[in-house]
Design a protein around this ligand. Sequence first.
Ligand SMILES: [Zn+2]
Length: 424
Amino acid sequence: MSGAPSPRPTSRPESELTTTGASPPEPQQVDATTLEDINRGNRPIRASLISAFVVPVLVIGQAAWATYVVCYKLAHQRLIMRDHQKGAGCAVIVLHALLMFAAGVAYMRLIQVIYTDPGLLPLGITRAKRGEGGNDDMKTVMKRWSEKRSVIHTTRPEDPHSREELFKELAAHNQHQADLRMEALKTFRPKEMFIVAPDCLPRWCKTCETFKPDRTHHCSDLGRCVRRMDHFCPWVGGIVSETTTKFFVQFLFYAMLFCVFMLATTIALFKRDNDRYGERNPWLIAMLVLSGVYTLFTVGMFQNSMWMLAKNFTTVEQRQFGMPLHLAVRISDWYTGDIDHLPCYAVVGFPSAPGEKWAVFETEPRARLWDLGSAYANICEVMGNSVWDWLLPFKYSPCVTHDDDISEYQFGPAALAVKNRVQA
Ligand SMILES: [Zn+2]
């Protein structure tokens, strides 16, 4: 993702980025998006143990306790046995079972996708070949550097030789990353419109050693780049991404209905017992507190998720909202004017697309490039195009297909307006 606004650079010499000749070789990426790959060393202990095991167990335990209280203590013991209201008692049990089943299925589907297809970007081939043993990324280098520096400061503060050695190591690492990036550029397949880094090259992840497509961000919890990354959610033990956002929202929806039902049932029974018997049962009070807290939590989460779906941006993009992006637009197939006078940031070409040119534009700081212009269209991009898609946790989101040559994700009016600067 781009940083602060930069001055307009001179156009990058075409010879530096572009080559002519045969068709480009296959992209240097290794498909490594399976659970085995995550477990091979890219998933830290804090994420895998706490989030993936303890939290789901806690959630399931609380749901089981709530079921015991609502179905046995309240519906069976109080409504059916004590008050002889069999119809009301059975209705509570059946509704509870239906809502819990819906929430449970949505949760299981979400967990299944999180552990089998969490939307990870394939590693670059050099990173994948090194595997676990060669984890010499920027974070590792900086950690080692930091450790050595602390030794220098405590024992030999004026040792210029050691300091020079460390700077050399850092410089060598940066140069190595730059070389990898230029090498990977030979197989990079640019879309018609895509976001580039401020240096006008495709965005590069130094940890995964690969180019990051639009809306892809590196997740430090997983140690991997994730497509349409939203956030790492400890409640579901995994990443909310392009493959899991739909199931995450569906789970929130059914969990919210479940919590609202439990709260409403508990309030009604509490009021009824209080009015009829002057009784304040401790089970009811405990249930009231638990369902009240979870109702507030799930309603808030669901409301926020739907708002973000309606605006078509992610938690990561929300945090970076206000920073301009650099949008590359292919112009070689339709623009016939003078390139030197284009109102753009730079004009670039790529070795894998000989003869093609892209104009790079700096977007408005608060532009929402993927907002399709209507809340309905934005929601459909993730939730699907029918009521059944919205409600049933089976099909993936329409946005997970990336076979479109125009862009990684469909751009909205704000991005097209940038393109129109050239046409105007
Ligand atoms: Zn990455």
